[in-house]
Design a protein around this ligand. Sequence first.
Ligand code: THU
Length: 165
Amino acid sequence: MIDHEIKISFREYTSIEELDQADQQLCHEAVKALETSHSPYSKFKVGVAMQLRSGKILHASNQENAAYPSGLCAERVALFNWGANHADDPIETMAITAHTDEFQLTKPVTSCGACLQVLAEYEKKQGSAIKMLLYCRQGPVWVATGVESFLPFLFFEDRLTNKNR
Ligand code: THU
């Protein structure tokens, strides 16, 4: 019997002012993206801004649907747009924020497993890790680079081959 332990780490900033200018700006861009959220069912808005290597910023937000499972999280809206339209321009940083009028959020939103799995795919495709800024306006900012900081047991593509046996 072997017990394994996996350590993950992230950095917490008590406020956005502790980030460098570019990261602060990207967090503000994620807040702007909240305006396009289509979330009449959950009333929970999620906004994403992605900084690409060229300097271009892509915005996205969660898009819900009356047939609930047809909706999509903001992160995957952002990532699939990148995959379809900007895949030659690597993603350097992704800022994510959330807002609801129902209560006050005091901790950053962490992405769901499905979004992290998609993120893993594109980190692999572009050959570099993405810096994640999880920005809570009434709380801390959490920062980590690389999807494995959030999803150490993601599904690796090498499991689809027999290389690993
Ligand atoms: N949502 C996101 O967009 N990203 C996350 O990281 C978590 C959840 C959305 C999905 C749904 O529209 C709403 O938030 C409530 O789950």
